[in-house]
Design a protein around this ligand. Structure first.
Ligand code: ADP
Length: 319
């Protein structure tokens, strides 16, 4: 194997650049030529491909987003689209690939392996919703962005004795909400994995009031519905007035934390190691501080599990 390609696909996440850098430098370290494929699978189909040198990935370890750009590409889901992609791989002499993205991107990666192009997946998403790894690239940075926002909102919540509802990202996974709620000292955390009825939230607010505590923070994962819906229910059911903050895309950006940079470096380099060993169809992850690999087929059928002990801990500490 002489030439490998790297692409970022699906939702971007801070730390993807550190992963790209690791793939390029680790590849070059082992005598490979590394090609950057721009705009995910769309760029692969279009042949938007350039050779990356050591300097091409200089000064990007800290930067959020992805220098390779990301895209969603319906055409790659079709046989014809993938054939066009294969023609580009042949044209550039690329023999294997590293795909950095979420589970959708891994479905595409698996198709490339099946077509004879060994591909390794690297989990990059702020949601932390991928099984087979304790953390995905970008989760820690997004979490710290949320915590920064919660701390600021807490200042005004305390001064004005208000209840704030903060909506964070996480369609199917409550990791961001749970970790942020725990780290931000939220009174209630509403996540898709664990039913929190509105009565319980009301009870907590009222208990707080009875103790003389006039402000509360409620963290809501977007997967359970909207924060404004929760606000409406609190008003209708218990006449509790709240302020709503939807953090939105601010959670996707920003300089990657040290944790994400190190994680991305380990996973990017781990992916190249697997390709050098002749492996294919695997996703590289970190579990119990070790770099591990799992079959992408298993990752796609498994479900990410939220840490149940953390859910319980958050309940116990927010009384
Ligand atoms: P993420 O990787 O963040 O989950 P998406 O689900 O949008 O993001 O997937 C990213 C891209 O991966 C899609 O736009 C498409 O090009 C490719 N992809 C997703 N599912 C498949 C599939 N079943 N077959 C081939 N390619 C796919």
């Amino acid at each position: 194997m002489k030439r490998i390609g790297v692409l970022t696909s699906g939702g971007d996440s801070p730390g993807m650049n550190a992963a790209v850098r690791a793939v390029v430098r680790k590849g070059i370290y082992h005598g490979l030529e590394v090609f950057g494929i721009y705009q995910g699978y769309s760029g692969l189909i279009a042949g938007n491909i350039k050779k990356l040198e050591l300097g091409s990935v200089g000064d990007i370890i800290q930067r959020g987003g992805t220098i390779l750009y990301s895209a969603r590409c319906e055409e790659f889901k079709t046989e014809e689209g993938r054939q066009k992609a294969i023609e580009q791989l042949k044209k550039f002499g690329i023999e294997a690939l590293v795909v950095i993205g979420g589970d959708g991107s891994f479905r595409g990666a698996q198709k490339l392996t099946e077509l004879g192009y060994p591909t390794i997946g690297v989990p990059g998403t702020i949601d932390n919703d991928i099984p087979g790894t304790d953390f995905t690239i970008g989760f820690d940075t997004a979490l710290n962005t949320i915590i920064d926002a919660i701390d600021k909102i807490r200042d005004t919540a305390t001064s004005h004795e208000r209840t704030f509802i903060i909506e964070v990202m996480g369609r199917d996974a409550g990791d961001l909400a749970l970790w942020a709620g725990l780290a931000g000292g939220a009174e209630s955390i509403m996540i898709p994995e664990s039913e929190t009825d509105i009565e319980n939230v009301i009870e907590r607010i009222q208990q707080g009031h009875a103790r003389g505590k006039k402000h509360s923070i409620i963290v809501v994962a977007e997967g359970i519905g909207s924060a404004s819906e929760v606000a409406r229910k609190l008003k209708e059911t218990a006449k509790i007035e709240t302020k709503v903050t939807v953090l939105g895309h601010i959670q996707r950006g920003g300089e990657a934390t040290a944790f994400d940079r190190v994680l991305a470096s380990r996973l990017g380099a781990g992916a190249v190691d697997l390709l050098l060993k002749g492996e294919a169809g695997l996703m590289v992850g970190v579990q119990n501080s070790e770099v591990v690999a799992h079959k992408i087929d298993d990752i796609l059928t498994d479900r990410h599990q939220l840490d149940k002990q953390l859910i319980q801990l958050a309940k116990e500490l927010s009384i």
